[in-house]
Structures are given as C-alpha cells and as structure tokens.
Design a protein around this ligand. Structure first.
Ligand code: CU
Length: 189
C-alpha cells in the first residue's frame, strides 16, 4: 500500500514540475522576441495544443485528489479479530505494509495473529511487538502465527524490523480482576 502511495505521489509531483517548468521556460523566450528578429534564434516555440495542456493539468489535479483521498481515508483499515475456541484470531497480509493495519481484540483472551508475508522486500522480513517482547522472522510466502494474551486495554504498536511500517493492536475492555490483583500485589512488594 505504501509503495503504491509513493508511486502516485511522485507521479503527481512530476506532473506539477512539468507544468511549472514549461511556464518558466517559455517566459524568457517571450521577452527575447524583439532581438530575436535580428539573429536567427535557436529556440523554436512549440505550441502544444490546448487540449493537451488541459489534459496534463486535469491529470495532475486528479492525481493530487487521489493522493489526498489515499492519505485521508485509506490509511487505517481496522478489523476485529474472530474468536475461535477461545482464541481471538486475525490474518494480516504483509504486502507493501500491513493489511489490515489495525486489529481490534478484547482484553484477557489469547490472541493469534497470522502474518501472511507476500512482499519479498527485506524491510518486511521481521515483525516486532515491543510491548509483548515479540520479535519474529516472517518467511516469504508463509503464514507465521504470533500468540500473546493482552492483560491491559490500550494500543500496542507492531512494526517491521526497521520500524518503517506500522500497525496497531487495539485492546478493548476493562481490566481483568486478576490483572488488578496482580498490580496490587506488585505495588506492595
Ligand atoms: Cu522495514
């Protein structure tokens, strides 16, 4: 997803440069025209048809729109984990990022995240969930299961090995009695 985002972004940027570059290149030429009558000028004005200019401009604006939409609306895709036999399970596709990149689970129940790695880039060859002290290699074209049990509600990020791609595990619910009791014990000691 992020790779596609950058491709769209650089395309839009390139088109903007093209439009502004053309405008700048034409300006000095117009000013030079009085003296250009004496010396044969090497530059020849190429008038591009209006439809082409409009098409390029419309294309650029369209791509900027796509970029904005991408940035504002398609960044975060969340999914609630399915519960099977007491285990909350979700599959995360690893392909140019994490899809979905936000997993919603309940507190106090085991979680199993199945990372389905399809992206060969070495950037995504490992995944880390620092709050649960998890760091695991993800072999290409395989599903790697990662299991843990959240005992506190909150948001727990997961990232690639280099901390470039990010996802979030959202743990919902109230604190379990056991967890509260354990905290009380550890506070006293
Ligand atoms: Cu990375």
């Amino acid at each position: 997803m992020t790779q596609k985002y950058w491709i769209v972004r650089s395309l839009a940027f390139g088109l903007m440069l093209g439009i502004s570059g053309k405008a700048v290149a034409q300006m000095p030429h117009d000013e030079m025209q009085p003296s250009g009558a004496e010396q044969p000028t090497q530059f020849q004005r190429i008038d591009q048809p209006l439809w082409l200019k409009s098409a390029v401009t419309a294309g650029g604006i369209g791509l900027i729109g796509v970029e904005l939409w991408w940035f504002l609306f398609s960044q975060s895709k969340s999914r609630k984990a399915d519960t099977n036999q007491g285990i909350q399970e979700a599959t995360i596709t690893v392909d140019g990022g994490y899809e979905p990149n936000r997993i919603v689970v309940s507190v106090g129940q085991p979680v199993r995240l199945n990372f389905d790695r399809r992206d060969p880039s070495s950037c995504l060859e490992a995944v880390r969930i620092p709050d649960f002290h998890i760091a695991k290699d993800l072999p290409l074209n395989q599903v790697t299961a990662i299991e843990f049990t959240p005992t506190q509600p909150g948001e727990y990020p997961f990232t690639c090995g280099m901390n470039m791609f990010h996802g979030m595990i959202e743990v919902q619910g109230t604190k379990r009695l056991e967890a509260t009791a354990q905290n009380l014990v550890s506070q006293r000691s």
